[in-house]
Design a protein around this ligand. Structure first.
Ligand code: GLA
Length: 693
């Protein structure tokens, strides 16, 4: 498979932190950031604003004493699939309830069937009561609640802590009507309220949300209370005894960038979550079509490891089997629903390789090995690093493959682009029944020149306490590629802790376009007792062309990868923020340049230099087109080393001339950071940028 080489995402920075598991009462560490390198070479560190770093957290935040939501709520909400379209109606809600039962989702733990905005008429009746829209709910809400209850499920509803809800049609909000609306919900048999933030008239959030808490309590009916003020007033600091869950971010949408940015905002809030009071990174998009199955598994894995509410956001009446397979994975759901109620914490994050671990009630740890980058990466941690006690070995349960192995301590996987391997690791004697885990991957940088054989080396390491016997390894490339082993591809027994390295000659057909390509490394072996185990991991190879001898304009050369704050990186024009080719002539301090690159912070453009280049030169600065706005900093990296940097430049400054010595580097990376103040208006030009080889 060929991956596009240009990635556009406003979320291309990765917090970097290696820390012990955060505990309640600890300050979270400062956060730096990393731009990933698609080819898997050394990442570069950038400074970036910390993501919502919490202050000191009380040792035990008080929770509502009603015994509700002791594990994160699970259910359905129509918003992500229907918004206010007409298909949101009684038959949809009943259909979802039916499917919860028929497709095993109720058995898997899903309970709440929740109505979002637009269920009501725009005006209250003469008595000030809310009126269900007769076109959508001809039998009223009570009839729907009765139906849902008859299936052993629960019903949720929505309104806003304002004068009107969020939809532009404007449905009545509950501000000033808290007690009567709560009473009406209770009378209908509502079990869950999502309370939004639109049209709040500037009234203090804490007081608005507390009034509704008291109104719900006054009904005497147990109602789960979901605070939805988008994290604007840091509800994690004050709402643990106001609501059972609180949104921590703005709305999710059905794409990778949105999911990723929400994930990064929610992760640092781990110390605030616990039974009865949860961080809510918004509802699931699984099945809505805007992400790949790999990305949806990441979404579901990471929400579970964060103990997030699991509210299905796709119309299950149209859902594929693949969607049901993700949403119905009971081993993953068990991570989310663990009664200890810990939100997983970041153990390490570097170069887009994340390790997030969640302490479980039985003492085990759920460990997510998450690869944010666009190329397969090896993600590694240890049992000790995730908080497990010393032990001779550990059982390693793969929660997507539903297989158990054992490890002497290393927890490692080669994870596909945008993928997550989710394992549950436990100490204890049971490990001996399982085959050893093996760590497989690629040694070194996988660069291939089309038409020329390249030598790649793979390794298989026995991570367990027993040998991997009758081990065989195969490597396959995309169609048309030839792959030939240059050394033996198996062994009768690989002892514990030992590595089998295999060299391969890999040839991409002449004319193969520059880009990233997946190879598959398959390993098959047996435990000493004869139990079969195998693995298939993706490896990403980059097809490159050697840089031309002499001095070339970087705007004329193909890049290895490009990430950019808005829109694509432009050749020979400034950045226009959305489509390719929408920039303007590069202009710095009144001078117009014919050649260069136009980027938008945060940005990183990588070139393959193959060890044969010496120098990068450019005039750099913020393009004049933003009229006085924008602050950025430019950096040049040679493999893992920063070899030039400008410090912060503003729009008012003239072009800065920059020279970087890149002698011997395999990869040169041009980086633009936001100058520490967010990426607004950060149109950055690498004017006249040249590479000498
Ligand atoms: C806000 C909320 C969403 C959804 C819509 C409905 O945007 O954050 O989750 O409820 O309102 O209008």
């Amino acid at each position: 498979m060929r991956h596009p080489h240009t990635r556009t995402a406003p979320t291309n920075t990765t917090p970097t932190r290696t820390a012990p598991i955060a505990r309640r009462g600890r300050l979270l560490g400062a956060v730096t950031a990393v731009l990933l390198c698609a080819a898997g070479v050394t990442p570069i560190a950038l400074t970036a604003p910390a993501v919502a770093a919490p202050a000191e957290v009380p040792a035990e935040a008080p929770a509502l004493a009603d015994g509700l939501a002791l594990t994160p709520p699970m259910g359905f909400n129509n918003w992500n699939s229907t918004h206010c379209r007409a298909e949101f109606d009684e038959s949809m809600v009943k259909g979802i309830a039916d499917l919860f039962v028929d497709r095993g989702l109720k058995a898997a733990g899903y309970r709440y069937v929740n109505l979002d905005d637009c269920w009501a008429l725009p005006e209250r009746d003469a008595d000030g009561k809310l009126v269900p829209d007769p076109a959508r709910f001809p039998n009223g809400i009570k009839a729907v609640a009765d139906y849902v209850h008859s299936k052993g499920l629960k019903l949720g509803i929505y309104t806003s802590a304002g004068t009107r809800t969020c939809n532009s049609a404007g449905f009545p909000g509950a501000l000033g009507h808290e007690y009567s609306d709560a009473r009406q919900f209770a009378d209908w048999g509502v079990d869950y309220l999502k309370y939004d933030n639109c049209n709040n008239q500037g009234v203090d959030a804490r007081s608005r949300y507390t009034t509704m808490r008291d109104a719900l309590k006054a009904t005497g009916r147990p109602i789960v209370y979901s605070i939805c003020e988008w994290g604007e007033n840091k509800p994690w600091e004050w709402a643990s005894d106001v609501g059972h869950l609180w949104r921590t971010t703005g709305d999710i949408s059905d794409n990778w960038g949105s999911m990723l940015s929400i994930l990064k905002k929610n992760l640092p809030l781990a110390p605030y979550a616990g039974p009865g009071h949860w961080n809510d990174p918004d509802m699931l998009e699984v099945g809505n079509g805007g992400m790949t199955d790999t990305e949806y598994r990441t979404h579901f894995s990471m929400w579970s490891v964060m103990a997030a509410p699991l509210l299905i956001g796709s119309d299950l009446r149209k859902a594929s089997q693949a969607t049901f397979d993700v949403l119905g994975n009971k081993e993953v759901i068990a991570v989310d629903q663990d009664p200890l109620g810990r939100q997983g914490t970041v153990i390490s994050s570097e170069g887009g390789r994340w390790v997030v671990a969640k302490e479980m009630k039985d003492g085990s740890r759920a460990v997510a090995l998450f690869n944010e980058t666009a190329a397969a990466q090896r993600v590694t941690t240890t049992a000790r690093a995730v908080g497990l006690p010393a032990a001779p070995a550990y059982t390693l349960r793969d929660l997507w493959q539903h297989r158990s192995l054992h490890t002497a301590g290393t927890i490692a996987a080669t994870v596909p682009a945008h993928g997550t391997v989710l394992v549950r690791v436990s100490a204890g004697s049971g490990w001996a029944a399982h085959p050893p885990a093996v760590g497989t991957g690629l040694d070194g940088a996988p660069f291939v020149t089309a038409g020329t054989p390249a030598t790649l080396t793979t390794s298989v390491t026995d991570l367990g306490r027993t040998p991997a016997t009758r081990l065989t390894v195969s490597l396959s490339g995309p169609q048309g590629w030839t792959v030939r082993a240059l050394s033996p591809t198996g062994t009768a027994a690989l002892p514990a802790g030992r590595v089998l390295r295999i060299r391969w000659s890999v040839t991409a057909p002449a004319g193969t376009p520059i880009g990233s390509y997946d190879l598959t490394l398959k390993t098959s072996y047996r435990s000493p007792a004869g139990i079969h185990a195998d693995s298939a991991v993706p490896l990403t190879a980059s097809v490159v062309v050697p840089p031309p001898t002499g001095t070339s304009y970087l705007g004329d050369l193909p890049w290895l990868s490009a990430v950019n704050g808005y829109g694509p990186v432009e050749r020979d024009t400034s950045n226009g923020e959305s489509a390719a080719g929408d920039g303007h002539p590069i202009t710095l301090g009144g001078a117009v340049y014919a050649k260069g690159l136009g980027v938008h912070a945060d940005s990183a453009v990588e070139y393959y230099t193959g060890g044969t280049c010496t120098r990068v030169t450019a005039d750099v600065g913020v393009d004049d087109e933003k009229g006085g706005k924008g602050t950025v900093a430019f950096e040049v990296w040679a493999d893992g080393a920063r070899v030039a940097s400008t410090g912060v430049l503003t729009n008012a400054m003239p072009a800065r001339s920059l020279t970087a010595d890149v002698t011997g580097a395999q990869v040169v990376r041009l980086v633009v950071t936001d100058g520490g103040d967010g990426i607004d208006s950060d149109h950055a030009d690498w004017a006249d940028a040249r590479l000498s080889c």
